[in-house]
Design a protein around this ligand. Sequence first.
Ligand code: ZN
Length: 441
Amino acid sequence: MARSALKECVEKLTGATSRWRQAPGTGYTPAMELRFLGGAREVGRSAVLVNDSLLLDYGMMNATPPRFPVGSVTPEAVVLSHGHLDHVGALPTLLSGTDHPAIHWTPPTRELAHVLARDTLKLHGGTYDCPFTGEEVRRMRQVSTAHNYGKPFEAAGHEITLYNAGHIPGSAHVLVDDGDTRLLYTGDFHTDDQRLVAGTTARPEADVVVCESTYADVEHTDRAELERRFVETVRTTVWNGGTVVVPVFAIGRTQELCMICAAHDVDCYVDGMGTRVTDLFGQHPDFLRDPTAFRRAKSAARTVSGGDEQRRRIADANATVLTTAGMLTGGPAMTYVPAIRSSPTNAIALTGYQAEGTPGRELVETGRAEIDGRRMPVSARVESFDFSAHTDRNGLLEYLSAYRDATILLNHGDNCASFASELRTRDYDARAPELNDQLTL
Ligand SMILES: [Zn+2]
């Protein structure tokens, strides 16, 4: 008998409305099943399948070639935690067949997913690196329902509630209740306030917590101190006649740095995909910490709308430029960096994590960077500022202290296993699932 028919039978006999699962050798007991399709002991391509029917996130890992979640799934519904590529990038591939899952998210996440999907089409469309077409991207709106924080809704037979996760505008913790087990999928989160979004405060009750652990072994510098150092670098460089190139991620970091510049009266240009995202956030003021400060920062920043000619003029103009890509993997930074690299009067202020194998990481480690296929020495000063949108080790410990009795499953990190064993020494029931692991809880 097919598994679904068997389940239906059991539900009819018992009158159960909750989701029943067969635990080996013990007859039928209510349980929740989780399958880790990506983001397990790694960062990128996040995807967790719940009870074979509900998918949480469906991301893409930005590698060469890009990597996608494992297995093939046909969920009834998908809930997306936030609009970063590693959480929503593979979503259109779920819409290629005839069965289209319902998609649930906040309004900013919906818009960001569209921006990212169109960007992936532009970069890789028509190649093996892009497993979807414009048709699937257009279908996303037909099956989409947007939700605000704190308003429960139904998806694939589960009750879902989203809570502000404090990572980027629209980012959510996803609480999943299947009638027996309450699962909290944290998504990426920050416990401290950023200028763009307020930190997470919700700690909904849960039996199982799938928790991100990106910075499990890092303690962030105090944010006010970090801002002070950043502003000092920018002011000193400009005062000495130099130009500062600030590589930023398009989604979240561009706007955060824009707000920091405005708060400290630093004039800046903004270039790249981040400018589009800034406009988009402006249309969702409810998801911003301080919409007035955001508007002020947006109108103070000068958007670069011309081509490389204008960029080279700006590079020579003793200015500050916020530009994608954050790890120097492409975008207008490919014009700015070569233009300013040969003078130590200029500076490059990196503002986030630099992944292994990226030109940004190479620049920090060797003082050289491969830009557009040419490896070039950089005499401009290079400084790093950890403006992370993730909580750090202390934040994770503080957050998890609300879940002492829950089962903790760590994902989205390079050191999930060692953090899990540390949590076990602190008397947590903690594990770090591996890719494709199937757990019955
Ligand atoms: Zn994220």
